[in-house]
Design a protein around this ligand. Structure first.
Ligand SMILES: Cc1ncc(COP(=O)(O)O)c(C=O)c1O
Length: 375
């Protein structure tokens, strides 16, 4: 099977273990197993829970306890509508494999996580791109979406909150998109791995699976819950879709690790504490970043409303990749060039790292910009 190389993952793999200050990371600063157990009040008792677990494959679709905890993140979902997967990346891949065939028409918003364009392309679909533009606050132009839709459109792939822009479609916009899709009977896959860290309120915006009968939501433990090391994600959607995904999942997954399943359930049951920490980090850090942007004449942006990333337009006469490589080389600070998203003219910053890392990284970037800008 031919597939395009995954731009952003290749960039991360090449440099993330070699930088000093990682402002390319998209997870809310990951936590240790000890911190998770402390938040769950289980440090003293965890072995009593883990030792009796028989290390067989376990419940194939995920334990009931975990699927109930996942269902509780949604307004209208039950255990039967949840399929546990190997990360959100595994969940997304399965949805595309289950729905998309050669010749199908697929619409994907871009920039996005490259899975949503490259997997359907590799499956032989005709993938039309709906570009999100800075002048629209990186929200989709719904008139353009309507014009792209065909009676045969199979799938619309969204990402909300969006990586890399940090834009957030609200409930009303999601409902409008659902109505457009409903008119032609298209499925909607909404990758919601950043759901839970909106800058306002409780951090949660409505989920597509709750809004549309052919709506599918994917998400996982990596971003808002700071637990990428569990490699645990899920698909939430109509049972018939999960059954179709299972046909592929039997070939690629069987089940997820039983310890991962257990720890993910524990984390979701104690999510108040994990999310309170995530909100503090994402909100404090975005305020710091906003002050920095306001003070840097060479930097402009659309301020994010959610997620963990922002696109920065940097006024220097160099392509984004050269800029990122020079910054890495001269200051040890890692960003992501937008060329990894098939764009040009911005860089992506992940700002949900430890606050100290962000502050130091911004100081070094100020130095870098002054040096390069004065040439
Ligand atoms: C939009 C999006 N979807 C999916 C993933 C993969 O997440 P996971 O670690 O849950 O597999 C990422 C990771 O960066 C992402 O940004």
């Amino acid at each position: 099977m031919q597939i395009k190389p995954f731009g952003v993952e290749m960039w991360m793999n090449a440099y993330e273990t070699r930088c000093e200050l990682n402002l390319a990371e998209t997870c809310v600063d990951s936590i240790t197993l000890g911190a998770l157990l402390d938040m769950a009040g289980q440090r003293a008792t965890i072995l009593d829970e883990l030792l009796p677990i028989r290390l067989g494959y376990g419940d194939i679709e995920g334990s009931d306890r975990l699927r109930d905890a996942i269902a509780s993140l949604y307004a209208k979902q039950a255990r039967e509508n949840v399929l546990v997967c190997h990360g959100t990346i595994g969940a997304n891949a399965l949805v595309h494999q289950a729905l998309v065939s050669r010749g199908d028409h697929v619409i994907a918003v871009v920039p996005t996580y490259q899975q949503h364009t490259s997997i359907p392309e590799s499956l032989g679909a005709e993938v039309e791109l709906l570009w999100l533009r800075a002048e629209d606050g990186y929200l989709p132009d719904l008139a353009a979406l309507k014009a792209m839709l065909r009676p045969t459109t199979k799938l619309i792939a969204l990402n909300n909150p969006n990586n890399p822009t940090g834009a957030l479609m609200d409930r009303a916009m999601l409902a409008e998109i659902a109505a457009l899709a409903g008119a032609v009977g298209a499925w909607i896959l909404c990758d919601e791995v950043y759901r839970g860290v909106d800058q306002q309120g409780d951090g949660f915006t409505a989920s597509m699976a709750d809004l549309y009968e052919k709506g599918i939501s994917t998400a996982g433990m990596s971003k808002a819950y700071s637990l990428a090391g569990l490699r645990l994600g899920w698909i939430v959607g109509p049972r018939a879709l999960l059954d179709a995904a299972n046909i592929h999942r039997d070939y690629s997954t069987i089940s997820v690790g039983r310890i991962d399943d257990h720890l993910a359930a524990l984390a979701l049951e104690h999510r108040d504490k994990i999310l309170a920490r995530a909100h503090k980090i994402t909100r404090d850090n975005l305020a710091i970043l906003a002050d920095w942007v306001a003070g840097e004449q060479r930097v402009r942006w659309v301020k994010p409303k959610s997620g963990t990333t922002a696109l920065l337009k940097v006024d220097l006469p160099m392509p984004s990749r050269d800029l990122c490589l020079a910054l890495l080389d001269e200051e040890g600070v890692m960003l992501t060039p937008d060329s990894a998203f098939d764009m040009e003219g911005t860089v992506r910053m992940g700002y949900a790292c430890g606050t100290d890392v962000l502050r130091q990284g911004l100081e070094r970037m100020t130095r870098f910009l002054a040096r390069k800008g004065n040439r």
